[in-house]
Structures are given as structure tokens and as C-alpha cells.
Design a protein around this ligand. Sequence first.
Ligand SMILES: [Zn+2]
Length: 251
Amino acid sequence: MTAFAPDSPLVDEVRPAANHDERGAEPDILLLHYTGMETAEGAVARLCEEASKVSCHYVVLEDGRVLQLVPEGLRAWHAGVSSWEGETGVNARSIGVEIVNPGHEFGYRDFPLPQVDAIIALARDICARWRILPERVLAHSDVAPQRKEDPGEKFPWDRLAAAGVGHWVAPTPIDDGGGLAEGEEGDPVEQLQTLLSLYGYGLEIDGRFGPVTAAVVRAFQRHFRPARVDGVADFSTCDTLRNLLAARPER
Ligand SMILES: [Zn+2]
């Protein structure tokens, strides 16, 4: 692709990516990722090259600079196999932002302040222009919990929420009173699966706490109860989920 005019006044530089196509839908999800590579340069190069078969709309560097790789009106290739609120094909309906961080594989670290400020400003701008609902500002791990863990438990969703980005409630404090774990079956598991599914997570409601349910619980914890990501649906996890659902505006 040749150079294009940036969609946001917050863009510092346009770096056209090779991979994109027609959307077929208006974006109504803002999907946040980390790059998960050792260097920012390596990540940007990969997101721009055709051979990688991936791309995204924006990259936010650790110093807060914002690059745009694909125009918002086109589909970028960042979500992969994914689902939210029963819909697959998240790429068609989302804007993808890659946040530079080595990730769990290469030395996961805190997101620096200038980077977080830049993400907040960019997210506010995108959500305002496309009228994206707060509860549809999501992590890659939310829409692909079995495959992905980005942007991860260090991502400051609380700070974004305080700035009006995303849907979030203060997590219920952890008490060590057990909880539902992988291998269990029955009505309480079915209730947990129902609540997770109501919020948007893709999982079967079958009353069996298998690996998929555990992955979804971990994804939920990374986003909403990051103090402990263990896949165990303890009281804190379940209560935070109930509070989130209660606080979600009626549609
Ligand atoms: Zn990702």
C-alpha cells in the first residue's frame, strides 16, 4: 500500500502495511494487543510485511509515539480465530491497536506512562468517532482466550477506565475461600459459564469446567481481576463478574 492520510490527529507517522482488505462491517470493537516481540522495530517490520500475514491499524510505542499502518476503513489482520458476543470474524468489526511490549515470552514489563497516556488518547479518539461502546474495548485474550494472553495482566485497564475508556469495576478483594476449578461439574459451573457468556466470552454452557472454561476464566482475570490469574473461579472472580454485568448499561 502507498502512503495514506492518517485517520487520527494523534498519529505521528504513517507506515503502510501490506496486509488488509475490505471490511464488510463498521468497526464496533476496539481490540488491544501487545506486540510480544523483542524489539519495537522488529514488531513494526513484521506487521508491515506481506509474508507475515498479519497487520493492525495502530502501533503505540513505549515513548508514546503512534504509528498508523492500515486505514480504519479497511480490515487489518490482527485477531485471528476469535469470537465475542457470539460473533466470529472480529477483524471485520474491529480496530486493532498493537502496544509495544515484549510480552510474556520475552520479558513482560510494565507499560510506561507516556505509552499509557497515548493509548488512552487514541482510544478516546477512535471510540468517539466510531461510537464504540465502553464494554467493547477488549483484550485480544478476551476474544481468543485459548490462544492469546495479550495485552496481559500488567495492562492498566483501571487507568483507562478512570479516563473514560472501557468498561471496568473495582475487583472484589481476594479471599482464600476456594472456588470452582478445572475438573468440576454441575449447576455452579453452568451458572459461571452462563455469566461469562452473557458478558461476551465464547464458551459452551455445558456444566463442565474443562480447559476451555479455565482459559476463559484466566482471560477474564487478566482483564478484570489481574491480581491473580490462575483459572480458578473464586469468590472474587465471580463477584467481580456479577458486578460488571450489573454495571453494564442496558442496550
Ligand atoms: Zn494480539
